[in-house]
Design a protein around this ligand. Structure first.
Ligand code: PLP
Length: 362
């Protein structure tokens, strides 16, 4: 089974072992003089454990993340945010100038950036704007991937900035149609805010499926840069060989592990609930604001809004000291702003700046 996922990997990288770091050698000892580290800690280091190079994949963190996401540790690679995972996947699977990457604009820009850096052709299948929002066109995605011989398909669910999710049946249908040809990557950066459950459990049925998760959004740890890719162990081993020798800084690993303790996870769940409540409230209020053309349904911690005069809305928000994401340079979104869900006070400020009546803002 694992042999076939390796067929998706660039032939020149299949046997590539990567850099062999001092930390990866399997030897035992008490005095470690093999990595040219300082024998003394830096006094500025309160933990005194930054003296040594970190584990390439800190095992306690890997196990905690695997438990959180419902997979085996061998199925999971920790990287510097899911951004690094995206880049590793493109590098591992796409031969420059040949193997295409399919994306669904308007969507998170890093898929196209990584494809560009690898000189992998980009195939765009725009989201379709309908009554239920901006939705992925699964038939067109499959067709385009097959016609272009794509190696990678990025499905963003919930999608940034559109806010829509992709139902599990459609994820499975895509994976099934492209089995043996392409890896289907489900980017779940916002899944914690969604009504839908993660696609991680589908990995056991589709080995050409991968899932991206991150601590940057729901877990409030964007600065720690901890994200991961979950996929077949054979593919994870390939991605690890491509990765930098020590990709996870020790202070970040420590912080992430603390954030995965039961008490901290309970707090995270509460914050997620609060964001969901605020999202519903903000959406309802925005829908009644004069000059708002459309508020898209959202499964994320943001809302995408079309305005009759987006420039006026943008300026009104700036004048109130509120910076949102200007989407106007994005094809299909020439009149749109993306507003992240803030605290109740911050959201009230957004509504006030946009001229919501008092009862809408309350
Ligand atoms: C924010 C975001 C990410 C980046 O996550 P990091 O783990 O911080 O790199 C990935 N995908 C999408 C869709 C995002 O919006």
């Amino acid at each position: 089974m694992s042999a076939s996922v390796l067929e998706l990997v660039r032939p020149d990288l299949r046997g590539f072992a990567g850099y062999s770091s001092a930390r990866s050698a399997k030897v035992q000892g008490e005095v470690w003089l093999n990595a040219n580290e300082s024998p003394w800690a830096n006094p500025a280091d309160p933990t005194a454990n930054c003296r040594r190079y970190p584990a390439p994949q800190p095992q306690p963190l890997r196990e905690a993340l695997a438990a959180l996401y419902g997979c085996a540790p061998e199925q999971l690679l920790i990287g510097r945010g899911s951004d690094e995972a995206i880049d590793l996947l493109v590098r591992a699977l796409c031969r420059p100038g040949r193997d295409a990457v399919v994306v669904t604009p308007p969507v998170f820009g890093m898929y196209a950036v990584s494809a560009r850096l690898q000189d992998a052709p980009l195939r765009e299948v725009p989201l379709r704007d309908g009554a239920d929002g901006l939705q992925a066109d699964i038939d067109a995605i499959i067709e385009t991937a097959q016609a272009s011989g794509a190696r990678l398909v990025f499905l963003c669910s919930p999608s940034n900035p559109a806010g829509s999710g992709i139902v599990r049946a459609d994820i499975e249908r895509t994976a099934r149609a492209l089995a043996g040809q392409a890896l289907v990557v489900v980017d779940e950066a916002y899944i914690e805010f969604s009504d839908q459950s993660s696609a991680v459990d589908l990995l056991s049925r589709h080995e050409n499926l991968a899932v991206l998760r991150t601590l940057s959004k729901a877990h409030a740890l964007a600065a720690a840069r901890i994200g991961c890719v979950i996929a077949a162990p054979a593919l994870i081993a390939v991605l690890r060989a491509l990765q930098a020798p020590y990709p996870v800084p020790q202070p970040c690993a420590d912080l992430a592990l603390a954030a995965l303790a039961p008490e901290a996870l309970a707090r995270t769940a509460e914050r997620v609930q609060q964001v969901r409540g605020e999202r519903d409230r903000l959406q309802a209020a925005l829908a009644g604001v004069a000059g708002v053309r459309r508020v898209y349904p959202s499964q994320g911690n943001f809302v995408l809004v079309r305005f009759e005069d987006a420039e006026a809305a943008w300026q009104a928000l700036l004048a109130a000291g509120v910076v949102v994401r200007d989407q106007r340079a994005t094809p299909q979104l020439g009149d749109a702003l993306r507003i992240s869900i803030g605290t109740p006070e911050q959201n009230a400020r957004v509504l006030a700046a946009l001229g919501a009546r008092r009862e809408q803002a309350a």
